[in-house]
Design a protein around this ligand. Structure first.
Ligand code: C5P
Length: 216
């Protein structure tokens, strides 16, 4: 039996997987990696020096330089960086470089929660637990709007929804590692579920797997 425990969480932007990943990593005392930040770091490096996002060799260089211990969420969480990340994420060579770093992270004891788009399908196909967290595009857009308004900002619902749909299309439609649930993933639709309920549902699945593992 392996000495690490891996929880893979995939799903579209805004479904609540980041919050869920953090709660689960805290609860089970596992390392945590938001793999979206690695693609964001590549996009941010190109944006900063004004290089086009389709410059593959510059994106590969930036990907090699990504240091998982120095991902600055405050800088990388900007909306424009997320959009740009989904453009550099289509390049297979960039993905390969980042996936290797993500796999190394997952291997470190006691194990990790990783969230992204291809964790259960590509990065950690042997993960102990795979969750696919989703919600309707409308619900995700409403949540995003509420988040913006809660910090005093304003935004247009229709624009946010269009953005979300465009990002879904890019992430689900790309040839390499498209966003899709792994065959053995547990589906969690958070459209009408509070994050606490999603956390409890995920815990039930994980505790069950841990109990079986301890008996084996
Ligand atoms: O999750 P987040 O919104 O930060 O991800 C930004 C973009 O990075 C996604 O839209 C997706 O294109 C890409 N991504 C990916 N594979 C992952 C994580 C993120 O392709 N494992």
């Amino acid at each position: 039996m392996s000495s690490t425990f891996t929880i893979a969480i995939d799903g579209p932007a805004g479904a609540g997987k980041g919050t869920l990943a953090r709660r689960l990593a805290d609860h089970y005392r596992l390392n945590l990696l938001d793999t979206g930040l690695t693609y964001r770091a590549v996009a941010h490096a190109l944006l900063q020096v004004g290089l086009p996002l389709d410059n593959v060799s510059a994106a590969e260089t930036a990907a090699r330089q990504v240091d998982l211990a120095r991902l600055d969420r405050a800088v990388l969480s900007a909306h424009a960086v997320g959009e740009a990340a989904s453009k550099v994420a289509v390049f297979p060579t960039v993905r390969r470089i980042l996936v290797e770093k993500q796999r190394d992270f997952a291997k470190a004891p006691p194990g990790a929660v990783l969230d992204g788009r291809d964790i259960g399908t590509v990065v950690c196909p042997d993960a102990d637990i795979k969750l696919y967290v989703t919600a309707s595009a409308e619900v995700r857009a409403k949540r995003r709007l509420a988040e913006i308004e809660s910090i005093g900002g304003t935004a247009d619902f229709a624009e946010i929804l269009a953005d979300i749909e465009r990002r879904d299309e890019r992430d689900m439609g790309r040839a390499d590692s498209p966003l899709k649930p792994a065959a053995d993933a547990h589906l969690l639709d958070t459209s009408e579920m509070a994050i606490e309920a999603a956390f409890l549902a995920a815990m039930a699945v994980i505790d069950d797997a841990l109990a079986k593992r301890n008996k084996a």
